[in-house]
Design a binder for this molecule. Sequence first.
Ligand code: ADP
Length: 396
Amino acid sequence: MLVLIANLGSTSFKYRLYRMDEGGQEVLAKGGYERVSDYAAVIDDALATLQKDGVISSAEEIDAVGFKTVLGKDLSGCVIADDVCVKALEDFAAVAPAHNPPYANGIRQFGKSLPHAKLVALFETAFYQWVSEARSIYALPKAWREIGIRRYGFHGASHKFVAERSAELLGRADVAQSTASLYLHGPAPIAGKPLRVVSCHLGGSSSITGIFNGVAIGTSMGFSPQSGLPQNNRVGDLDSGALPYAMKTLGISLEEAERQLTKESGLQGISGISNDIRDIHAAKNQGNADAALALAHLVDSIRHWVGSFAWQMGGIDALVFTAGIGENDYTVRKAVCEGLEEFGLVFDDVRNVACRAVEAELSAPHSKAKIFVIPANEELVLAREVFRKVTHHEIS
Ligand code: ADP
């Protein structure tokens, strides 16, 4: 089966073509366009390029197209990207303005350019469908809750991949299988010892998810990707009382406050240097106090969320790091794991320093709970979900 993964930004289009089968997958081609103003033109150009390069002989050979959609109103999961899906994206365009309009347009356009292909959307919120209502709501008046203000959670594709892979690494084929088919069948009953994993997706955008028997029980992000950990340019958790106070005291508009909270906050805001953690480490090493504070705040926040989920689950069997910072930044990993021996986590710093962006175990051999790095590959995760959805004959 040929699966095209379409990554649509507000002015960009990137794609990857996979050949998928039960045994595995192969990337056949990848490409992309910047400064896109006409999606129809670039999609047709990409299809023409694939034919010109001999990757496919006709666009009809592409069986399915996968979209990593972010947030839909009243819709989540791994779903057919049909009119209902496009409407759900459009109805929440104001909540995810950078992501929803390009996907709504792109899905429509692929429907026209590849009428025979199955279009599948995997929402970034999909992994949180089984989070309890008690942990999904905010303590708001009913009217606020009725317009859809609640915790949704994001990075679902990445955390679900961590759930599957960590279960495999821990020898829990039962949990790995249940997680693999979660979007088709829902959670399967798991016999025996519960498996408790905390997944740390630490990148330009970061979140932490608690995973019990392969199913998310909660995550640090909420209504929008604007909550939880401090991110490259976004604030993370902020008391709602701060917004009206800052607007009045600094004399700024709501739009300006929003801009500063999304573009000038997070690691950039605290360090005043860069949104890239590598630059912040370099500045800290030269004695910059703001850079040191940014790193300390990030680590504190990660530990806060890891602890919260470990407590909710009654313990932890594996702590997993993924994404740009999680896979590469051994200094942050070490600081996150320091002093947790009482909780069964014994960190091996030699393994840690040796590990850069590869799958690895960072815990000492005698550690009761494991610590892993599991590299993220979001296109592949999406291609697998699309393959599962299509081969499950859910789509005629
Ligand atoms: P995104 O959330 O944008 O998809 P990534 O998961 O690719 O981001 O993570 C990007 C971040 O990872 C960068 O902002 C950078 O801070 C960090 N990063 C990338 N490479 C390294 C590295 N070698 N060492 C430390 N941090 C890194």
